[in-house]
Write a protein of this length. Structure first.
Length: 205
């Protein structure tokens, strides 16, 4: 199992990045809550990782903080929750926000996440309620580490920030028309794609 990777960030196209580790390029999928902390292109970063092996693909997921990976692993153990849905959940909420929603049974907030219907939300409440208390506090309820700020320049493909943000939300499970509405609702000329994604997800909840 690959536990963590340290390398040079070559590309980032939410929710995917390309990380150069000693000449080997690793493609990783990151929840947006981790994506926001990435440095600029060609800068070094370290990520905790989880490898998902399927018949048709090996998928490597990256996380800025260890507790993000811990929650991801708990989520994919839950009946009906696969890696893609777990990624969407972690993109919509921080670990602490999700834990709070579970412990306070905020069903209405959970069902706003793409792919989480009422039955899935109820299953999450049943299977995960009380689970967070089993972990040391530092695994979940911790302050976010100081990382990249939202003002850092983002190097993206030659498409508009709005188009990039819509594509990222579609990759996270939102329908194209829904993603477009979410982004255009918060769009401002001075926002880059990552800022647009962040505002769109925040506004959705």
């Amino acid at each position: 199992m690959i536990g963590h990777l340290r390398g040079i960030l070559l590309e980032k196209s939410p929710p995917e990045i390309l990380l150069d580790v000693n000449g080997v390029g690793y493609e990783l999928l990151l929840p947006m809550t981790s994506f926001y902390h990435l440095p600029e292109i060609n800068m070094e970063t370290t990520l905790y990782t989880h490898l998902v092996v399927r018949e048709d693909a090996h998928l490597l997921f990256g996380f800025y903080q260890k507790q993000d990976r811990t929650l991801f692993r708990e989520l994919i153990k839950t009946n009906g929750v696969g890696p893609k849905l777990a990624l969407a959940i972690l993109s919509a909420m921080s670990v602490s926000e999700f834990a709070y929603a579970i412990e306070h049974e905020e069903l209405s907030k959970l069902v706003k996440i793409p792919g989480v219907g009422k039955k899935t939300a109820e299953r999450l409440l049943v299977e995960l309620k009380g689970k967070f208390k089993q972990y040391p506090q530092e695994d979940f309820f911790v302050e976010k580490k100081v990382g990249a700020t939202m003002d850092e320049p983002i190097v993206m493909a030659e498409s508009s920030p709005v188009d990039d943000a819509i594509s990222a939300l579609v990759a996270l499970g939102y329908k194209p028309t829904e993603a477009e509405k979410m982004v255009k609702r918060v769009a401002q000329p001075d926002l880059n794609s990552e800022q647009l994604i962040r505002e769109a997800l925040k506004n959705a909840l």
